[in-house]
Structures are given as structure tokens and as C-alpha cells.
Design a protein around this ligand. Sequence first.
Ligand code: 3JN
Length: 345
Amino acid sequence: MNSKATYNVAIVGATGAVGQTITKILEDRNFPIDTLKLLSSSRSAGKKVKFKDQEITIEEATTESFNGIDIALFSAGGSISEKLASSAVESGAVVVDNTSAFRMDEKVPLIVPEVNPEDIEQHEGIIANPNCSTIQMVAALKPIQEAFGLSRVIVSTYQAVSGAGAEACDELKEQSKDYLDNKNLGANLLPVKGDKKHYPIAFNALPQIDMFDESGYTLEELKMVNETKKIMHAPDLSVAATCVRLPFFTSHAESIYIEVEDDSLEVSDIWNVLKEAQGVILEDDPENQIYPTPLSAANKDEVFVGRVRKDLDRPNGFHFWVVADNLIKGAALNTVQIAEHIIKK
Ligand code: 3JN
């Protein structure tokens, strides 16, 4: 993209939680914007949104929306990206897509700016933003891989309901009230994705995020596996994931087990690498009960790491705990950081 003083930016999915967060982050980080176009479904068109000192009217996203747009940030679901991203590219925009629609496409770089910024240059119009659970994991894994080599990753996630959307957050609030009022949560079962029934989330833990495929893994788990290998340029890295939804609103937490290619490492070696890692904050002092939690990471930009410890049996095995705000670093901030890299080139 030709360098300019200011850029015409469009947000597709501007009324969703991620779209709103992108708008706020563009303002907070003073992204050099000439005009900002806010696009959504016809349902929200006509609503007004504040941006800096302006009131912007939301418009319906169509194939004609992208004339004159330099950068289009998509966060309206995979089917909208599939329908409209090519029109944006044909109009001359660079698309940063926050859905899984193009993530595994060989022609589409999948970017975490702290991890593989150099891949951005390969883009042919579309750049993909990874899944939230992947972003925070690779931010912590990459510096360890670079310093010591990495052969295996086993992760279990503890994911906030905001990852499942605003409706899921409302459902958690209602179910929590009902539960405390001794009402039967079974009555609250809502249909999700197709006609499948799901379990109450309040006071529960659900080992299913997205649908299962025939392997017995869920699509969220397979995203973590495949996206991690692509971002880290490590097709042979062994990765396995179990993704679990828990009843809190913000931040995803992950318990990660790794095996490094060096038998002689100590916890302090991993600490030293993480202390220097871009976008990562080490909060690890067990004696003083210091470690990150979903609440402490909420509304923050960084990925927080704690509880680094050696496996009790394997000399090259380590366990640690990674937490980040799923709507910020896991989605909106990473998208804006990619856009910042595009205009730097
Ligand atoms: O459930 C979460 O915490 C994260 C959900 C992500 C998600 C939800 C629906 C569709 C995605 C994603 O970003 O991978 C998608 C998708 O784009 O496939």
C-alpha cells in the first residue's frame, strides 16, 4: 500500500463487540484516519456511533461499500467475509479479516504482529487475524521456540463467555440469577448453531466450543492446532488442545504444557526469555501468590504469563498459565496492530 498521511478505513461488523472495540482502539491509538466508514447488517444501518468528535452513521455493508477504502477490518462472521472481502480487495483495499474464513488459505498470511510480522509482506489483499485462543498462546510460545526449540504443546483453555457473543453473556447473567433463585437451569436450554441443544453455562464448565468434527476434537481445538503451526512456521510441532467454556465474562486463560529441545533448562531460563518478549508480561511469584487471572487481565493489551514450573518427570517439560483479554489482544487490538504494520510498510 502506498504510504499516505491518513487512510480511509472501513469496519465491517461495526456494531458487534469486536467491531466496537476496534473503533475504540483506532481512536485510542490515534490511527491516522481520513474517513472511517462503519458497516453492518441492514438491521443496524442508520444507528449513530461516536468516533473522536464525529457522529458516524452506520451503513449497510454491500459489495459497493468499499470505493476509496484503503483498509477494511472485517469482524462480522465468516459468511460475510466470504461474501464481501473479495469486493473490498477488488476496490483496492487491504482486508484484515477477524474470522476463520481465510486463515488456513496458503495465500493469506495469518498474523500475530509480535510473532510473525514478516509474513504480512506476502499478502495478496487479505490478511487474517487468528482465533483469540491461538493469539495469546503463540505470543508466549514464540520466544521460547526461538530460544530453546519446541517439540510439543498440550493446552487446555478456560474461555470467557464473551467469546461466544453478547447473547451468551446475557444468558450467563440470566442463568446466574435463576440459579441463585433456585430455579431450574434446565429450562434455559437455548438452541445454538443448528438445532443442537447446549448445557447451562452458569456454575458449570463446558468442554465444547464450536462443533465437533469426526476426529472427536472441536473446531475451536483444531483452529488452535492448525493456526499455531502456521503462525510459528512449525508444521511438525506436535499440538493438542482441549477448549473449555467457563462462566466468567472476559479473558481467556490457558494451561499450557510444552516440551523444549533442551534437557538442561530451568524455570529461570524460561522467565528470562518471557521477560524480554514483546507484548508479554510475566506475573510469576508463587511465594507471594502472584499470577494472572481473567479479571486481572481484563481491559489490558498484553498477554500475561505465570505459574511457570518444571514438569516433575520430564526434564524438558514445562507447565505455565497464560491469560489475555479475548476481545482486545485476542481480536480487536491484534487486528489494529496488523493495520498499523500495513501502513508502516
Ligand atoms: O468462542 C470463543 O471464545 C472464540 C470464538 C471464536 C469464533 C466464533 C465464531 C466463529 C470464531 C473464530 O474467531 O475462530 C469464528 C470463526 O470465525 O470461525
